[in-house]
Design a protein. Sequence first.
Length: 197
Amino acid sequence: MFKLTFQSILQTLMWTVITGIMYPLVMTVFIQLVFPYQAGGSLIMRDGKVVGSELLAQGFQTDRYFWPRPSACSYGTGTGGFAASGASNLGPTSAQLQKNVDSNLAALRTAHKLAADAPVPADLVFQSASGLDPDISPEAARFQIARVAAARNMNVDQVTALVEKFIKPPQWGVFGMARVNVLQLNLALDAADTKKG
């Protein structure tokens, strides 16, 4: 009986060290060496400063920038030093959800000087599940071109070319959909605007 108990304790300690310490340590070092950018959070730097992550949306709101999807969690700007993430959890019959969608539609149509019944890309109206989705559809980016070009006094063709340049195809050609990273596009837009001036 004592021998079996002793073997069980040794097995527990051995596997705790292997799977709880050695494996995570080896994988952490390996990932840091092989994929340092991704392991570090896919941070985007400008002039030696972190301006964001390509994995997290930011709340661009002025007409000079492309807007991301709406966020139920204020793009993760939680209090207490942590980034909150999550959807509103409002169901399809929720009056509050309908009010949010109507408000988003009205704001988009007003900002883009459209008729009250003009179609709007769905991803600019509905929130993502995380509230931190960094990408929008190519249609949502193209929808905003005229507003951004006018606000920056830039040529529409120049802004269109930037949007087309930043369209990423589905991953490996089959997973997901084509998308545009809003932060990367807006940074490229700033750079192009600076060169213009």
